[in-house]
Design a protein around this ligand. Structure first.
Ligand code: SF4
Length: 375
């Protein structure tokens, strides 16, 4: 079993906070889509005998591709048994959604939509330089549902400059009222190199106070919990059974192949990442060369990845697997490192699994890095 990630690096306009690889020049779109098919052809053997269980079209903005372009792309993914592939997600922007577009998606092997809503508050959307309004987002969700496309996820961002607990509460209420089965919510991050980071450096925006951002996270957990959502990963909430299979596989260290400019891959013992440059990517692939840099993972890398990905989820870190996969010394080390956090009730051991407590969720990065093995 393996995942396939396909990166679509086109956006109509760039959002203030975004550090994903994408651009607004569409002139190379056709060339790029052909290169994706070629890369798949060159690399699909890397998956060995594993069948593709999930496909994820991310970006960038995959909904900047026309249905005919998506069809061409899917047709070039030879060898995938679509009947066996359980989850095929496409990321969309609300203002790309029309009835015709959704019907087009229904005619493709797509069964899940992840919509970049970010906020249901127009002033937030304006600040973030999003190209849709709150009303467009609501309409897009309803349009999908009316056509029968109910396997939806939305992204939300909190901790924006000037955002209040009340306005964040209204966002969550709106998401719940729309009966969306999966919600990913992220605290705004000021990534170096983004327009937002430059504004911060220039003193033109002020970061949301950490305490307020934590209260927003707390409110999110409470409100979504009351609405029946399971908090299955630090930033992800789903109604029972509606977890993202693609992301869950990633957190379980299941191999995935990433194709397209800047896409990452992981095969259980190495990871690779493609060049984050569309023209260089196409040049390489067209001339029959790989476009990636490969990194062999050390024993410690593998242990640290296992700790990181497991602890972020509600299923936690399976201690017996730590012992089986990494040996008794590392198992003992892990428990020693966890000891103080267990005493302080940031971590708990339940049924042989080490899990973050509600209190621990708020300082998860620090806890996880304490459990890392650093030489
Ligand atoms: S957040 Fe999404 S839509 Fe905005 S620039 Fe980044 S990839 Fe494009």
């Amino acid at each position: 079993m393996a995942g396939l990630y396909i990166h679509i690096p086109f956006c109509k306009k760039r959002c203030l906070y975004c550090d994903f690889y994408s651009g607004t020049d569409m002139s190379q779109k056709e060339r790029y889509i052909k290169a994706l098919g070629r890369e798949w052809e060159m690399r699909r053997s890397e998956l060995g005998n594993s069948f593709v269980d999930t496909v994820y079209l991310g970006g960038g903005t995959p909904s900047q591709l026309k249905i005919s372009e998506l069809r061409f792309l899917f047709d070039s993914l030879f060898g995938i048994n679509w009947a066996q592939c359980k989850e095929i997600t496409i990321e969309v922007n609300p203002d790309d959604i029309t009835e015709e577009y959704i019907e087009g998606l229904v005619s493709l092997p797509v069964n899940r939509i992840s919509m970049g809503v970010q906020s249901f508050d127009d002033s937030d959307l304006l600040f973030l330089n999003r190209r849709h309004s709150s009303l467009q987002a609501v309409k897009a969700v309803k349009m999908c549902q009316n056509i029968g496309f109910e396997n939806l996820s939305i992204d939300l961002i909190y901790g924006l400059p000037g955002q209040t607990l009340d306005s964040w509460k209204r966002n969550i209420e709106q998401a719940v009222a729309l009966k969306i089965p999966h919600i990913s919510a992220y605290n705004l991050i000021y990534e170096e190199g983004t327009a937002l980071y430059r504004l911060l450096e220039a003193g033109k925006v002020a970061e949301c106070e950490e305490d307020i951002a934590l209260q927003m996270f707390d409110l999110l957990i409470d409100m979504l919990g009351s609405a029946g959502f399971e908090h299955y990963e630090i930033s992800n909430f789903a109604l029972p059974g509606c977890y993202s299979r693609h992301n869950t596989a990633y957190w379980q260290n299941i191999p995935y192949l990433g194709i397209g400019a800047s896409a990452h891959s992981y095969n259980g013992y190495s990871r690779s990442w493609n060049v984050a440059n569309l023209r260089q990517y196409c040049d390489k692939i067209e001339s029959g060369n790989m476009a990636y840099i490969l990194e062999q993972l050390t024993f410690n890398d593998l242990y640290n990845d296992f700790v990181l990905t497991s602890l972020r989820t509600m299923w936690g870190l399976d201690l017996s697997r730590v012992k089986t996969l990494y040996g008794n010394d590392r198992y003992v080390y892990c428990l020693q490192q966890a000891f103080n956090h267990i005493q302080s009730e940031n971590l708990v051991i339940s049924e042989g699994r080490l899990c973050l407590t509600r209190k621990g969720l708020f300082i998860s990065d620090a806890i996880i890095s304490d459990l890392f093995y650093v030489e």
